[in-house]
Write a protein that binds this ligand. Structure first.
Ligand code: SF4
Length: 132
């Protein structure tokens, strides 16, 4: 909170690490080594954004037996945003939730249409509850 308040006071907006005693710039080397042993960087689909190259992780071939999709033969359908939902643009900061014609009328926290309204921390949901 102190770090955020200092940024507000100084008119700054930046990513900051206020836990430098425990969180090092190089990260947790043990955890990174384990991640590298088990996963490989891959293209990944992101809700409302589509596939982003080299943005995800998938199990290395030697760990594929732990992949629930393969193990249980699950096929995921391509993620489609509901018609007229602008969630992808909202989470990229290209439009505000109010610029979606469904906001607050058809799409509300109690009857969400798109993913940004579903959970309480979703941008549209928070915008609906707290305004701008
Ligand atoms: S208000 Fe609902 S429909 Fe519109 S962008 Fe947000 S989540 Fe999608």
């Amino acid at each position: 909170m102190l770090a955020l308040l200092k940024q507000v006071r100084d008119g700054e907006t930046k990513v900051e690490n206020p836990y430098s005693v425990a969180v090092k710039p190089q990260g947790n080397e043990t955890a990174l080594r384990l991640l590298d042993r088990v996963f490989v960087v891959s293209d990944a689909p992101w809700r409302a954004l589509g596939v982003i190259e080299q943005s995800g992780l998938e199990l290395r071939p030697e760990y594929k037996s732990y992949d629930a999709l393969e193990r249980f033969g699950i096929m995921l359908e391509e993620d489609q945003d509901p018609e007229d939902c602008r969630c992808g643009e909202v989470i990229q900061g290209r439009v505000t939730p109010e610029e979606c014609k469904l906001f607050g009328t058809v799409c509300t926290p109690t009857a969400p249409v798109g993913p940004c309204m579903v959970s309480s921390e979703g941008t549209c949901s928070a915008w609906f509850k707290y305004g701008r």
